[in-house]
Design a binder for this molecule. Structure first.
Ligand code: F3S
Length: 752
């Protein structure tokens, strides 16, 4: 295990550290003394402190040292801006940025890309220059979708990766533990802080039998989603094993892991096998496959490893499935689908079929899809529905162009879109139906929530394997089942489609296509990060002020929020996402969705300095301008929902000191601490009811100490002051964050 094997072909000095992983694992083994699952092996071999770390699945918080970080272009903006404010000369761990989310599908690949490059110029310029400055690999627009690029270039068996996108688990197809996170977590790892994860439970999925005919790897996850539902994987890693695994291609395994995000799983993994070695060799990383063989015992589950839940699927009996509409866990086998369409009155006509995306754009997917399209063309028929193809990467696009599948799709009537997310993330200028018109579409993507693809709430979106998408596009109808139904050829004669076929890997090797990678330059000292001072989309962050060392007195309550206050109420998405790289502009959405307990309304609070009413951000800005710090009072589980770091940055930016609630969602609580705020909870939750929104409060910050409650002195209008106790979960290190003004300020200070 002593060998020096590089993590990838792009970075000189980053090696795969099986030796260290195996040493860490031995320490943990001697402590736990039980067989381990593969998922546990990866996590425990990346522990910051394998000797001292408490380990209980579903209970402890693991402090981990990931091997890599990856960010897509939408989430990278704030992550990099924050990282910059730590004042470090380069990222502490290997990091890449991928431009894929901001390209809208309109007419087709090249034109759409050119348009996006124009519209998003300042964002791309910023990312490209910041990546060059801080030693980050930059994948330009047109290079492909983050998860495909990671699989083709960076994933390796047994590695631990965090990525700022929910479908990061895609790399599980190469035996990597790849977890989707918020930007704040990415910043921690870039800045060399350990990364925290609640020790996941492990769900085992045993695969037996063999796939054949029309059944594809996608059908495995469609079936699993039906069994576990969209919540069933929460807090768990899904680990596949069993003899059926060997009948799956590496990219097929990636598809399954990718869509594991739809059941809420932390991630999904497959054990190292020869199909992975084949893929590594085909993508010019044979040495990684060879190295993984020498550590194979660390790259699969132990005999007798116990799972928190076990599911078994016999691939020989598995039918193709179609899931949807509106939710990915409504799974219907193809044999029952036509009935379901009738019973539920789903629009029968298939308007659009879409293949590709991060989920299903491998060479195998394209090859099998093209075999079906070619079969149809041989019978003189084409796609009846609109048909689009999204290659997952420039490498895939160039390879299918060279090998002819791309031309087959075009002949079939397809439009080849840019190598980017496009309609998968709603970047789709769809013209064929009006907003509000009920219609059906089917894609080989992963998510099909209402409005996700085209912003039309009446669109019934279904997800399936690319094979079924192509077949149904020929019929143009949701009633078509290619396993049993006939089609008519150009002369009206009936025929049945042959089952799809095609190699999983190109036998002439991959064609890399255009060079779309920007490596960080050797000399980075002269690079300057490009942010126009007049930009409304990007703004350099200034470090927050350190604590003044005093108790805070006479603070107004900006809002006493009542009921559910999710991160979406605190920092709304939708049109605001445009400003995700501009803290001051996006702060105009702060808490505008929260309900004010004083009047039951959203975004209407009293300005305690003059008695007027205004929106929450306006009133906060007024306090800030007058030099007044403020607090928010919140209800149960404040800050649940997506781990959006803006929900913590905005109150800090607009002058908040403390958020005082009945309880917090843990990630948001940690995010607030990172930004130098005080997340505090009523030691007696009933005290929430005592607080009147017009009260003033003193927060006795000088009392802050590990494990000790703090005092809040409440000054009711016209009444006598009284004290209540506030609890907190700060540890020593986190108290330093508060004192220094933020976690990043602390990093910067410790370096100096
Ligand atoms: Fe997300 Fe892009 Fe895939 S939007 S689901 S990464 S294609």
């Amino acid at each position: 295990l002593d060998k020096k094997v590089r993590q990838n072909n792009w970075e000189e000095g980053n090696f795969i550290n099986y030796k260290k992983m195996s040493e860490n694992l031995n320490i943990v083994r001697s402590r736990l003394n039980r067989p381990l699952t593969f998922a546990e092996k990866i996590l425990y071999s990346h522990l910051d402190d394998p000797e001292g770390q408490e380990i209980e699945r579903g209970v402890s918080y693991l402090r981990l040292r990931p091997d890599r970080v990856a960010c897509q272009d939408a989430t990278a903006q704030m992550a990099i801006l924050q990282f910059m404010s730590a004042g470090m000369p380069s990222v502490a761990n290997p990091t890449t940025v991928h431009c894929d989310h901001l390209i809208e599908a309109q007419v087709g690949g090249a034109k759409d890309l050119a348009r996006a490059v124009g519209i998003n110029k300042e964002v791309y310029d910023f990312l490209a220059s910041a990546c060059a400055k801080y030693n980050i690999g930059f994948w330009k627009p047109g290079s492909g979708i983050i998860h495909q690029i990671l699989l083709e270039n960076y994933a390796f068996p047994g590695g631990l990766l965090i990525g700022t996108d929910s479908h990061t688990p895609n790399a599980g197809g190469l035996g990597m533990c790849a977890i989707g996170v918020g930007g704040a977590d990415a910043v921690d790892v870039m800045a060399n802080l350990p990364w925290e994860l609640k020790a996941p439970k492990v769900i085992g999925v045993k695969l037996t039998g063999q796939l054949s005919g029309w059944t594809a790897p996608k059908d495995i996850i469609l079936k699993v989603a039906g069994i576990l539902t969209v919540k069933g994987g929460t807090g768990a890693i899904v680990e596949y094993f069993g003899p059926g695994v060997d009948s799956l291609s590496c990219t097929g395994m990636a598809t399954i892991c990718n869509m594991g995000a739809e059941i809420g799983a932390t991630t999904s993994v497959f054990p190292f096998n020869e199909r992975m070695a084949d893929y590594l060799a085909a993508t010019k990383r044979k040495d990684i496959g060879d190295f993984a063989r020498t550590y194979a015992h660390g790259l699969r589950q132990d005999e007798g490893a116990e799972y928190d839940q076990l599911i078994e699927i016999n691939l020989s009996e598995l039918e193709p499935h179609i899931n949807g509409p509106f939710t990915p866990d409504l799974a219907t086998p193809i044999s029952k689908f036509s009935e379901a369409v009738k019973a539920n009155n789903w629009p029968e006509e298939l308007k659009v079929g879409l293949i590709g995306s991060c989920t299903n754009s491998s060479y195998e997917d394209m090859n099998r899809g093209a075999s079906i399209a070619r079969d149809a063309l041989n019978h003189g028929v084409k796609a009846k529905s609109i048909f689009t193809v999204t290659p997952g990467s420039e490498q895939i696009r160039a390879t299918i162009e060279r090998d002819g599948q791309l031309q087959t799709f075009e002949e079939f009537g397809g439009v080849v879109l840019a190598n980017a997310c496009g309609p998968c993330i709603g970047q789709w200028d769809r013209q064929d139906v009006k907003k509000g018109e009920a219609n059906s579409i089917i894609s080989s993507y992963n998510r099909n929530f209402t409005g996700r693809n085209d912003g039309n709430p009446a669109t019934h979106a279904f997800v399936a394997s690319p094979d079924l998408v192509v077949a149904m596009t020929i019929a143009g109808s949701l009633h078509f089942n290619p396993l049993t139904d006939k089609l008519k050829d150009k002369d009206g004669k009936e025929f049945m489609l042959a089952a799809p076929s095609g190699d999983a890997l190109p036998n002439r090797g991959y064609d890399p296509g255009q060079d779309t990678y920007q490596a960080p330059p050797k000399d980075r000292s002269t690079v300057s990060v490009q942010v126009s001072p007049s930009s409304d989309r990007l703004q350099i962050l200034s470090p927050f002020n350190a604590w003044d060392g005093k108790d805070a007195t006479d603070l107004p309550i900006l809002i006493k929020a009542q009921g559910k206050t999710t991160t979406d109420h605190i920092s709304m998405a939708g049109p605001w996402l445009k400003y995700r790289g501009h803290l001051d502009n996006i702060s105009n959405n702060m808490l505008i969705g929260a309900i004010n307990s004083a009047n039951g309304e959203a975004n209407k609070v009293k300005n305690q300095t003059d008695g007027t009413y205004g929106g929450v951000p306006e009133v906060a800005r007024d306090y800030k301008a007058k030099g007044i710090r403020w607090v928010v009072v919140g209800d149960w589980n404040y800050g649940e929902g997506s781990s959006r770091e803006h929900a913590a940055l905005e109150p800090r930016h607009l002058g908040g000191l403390a958020i005082i609630t009945r309880s917090f969602a843990r990630i948001h609580e940690t995010n607030l601490k990172k930004q130098g705020m005080l997340p505090l909870t009523f030691s007696d939750p009933a005290d929430y009811d005592k607080i009147n929104p017009d009260d003033k409060v003193d927060v006795l910050c000088t009392e802050i100490a590990v494990g000790k409650p703090m005092t809040m002195r409440v000054h009711p209008k016209g009444g006598a002051a009284y004290d209540i106790k506030l609890s907190h979960t700060f540890n020593e290190a986190q108290i330093e964050w508060f004192k220094n003004g933020s976690a990043l300020n602390t990093m910067a200070k410790n370096r100096a």
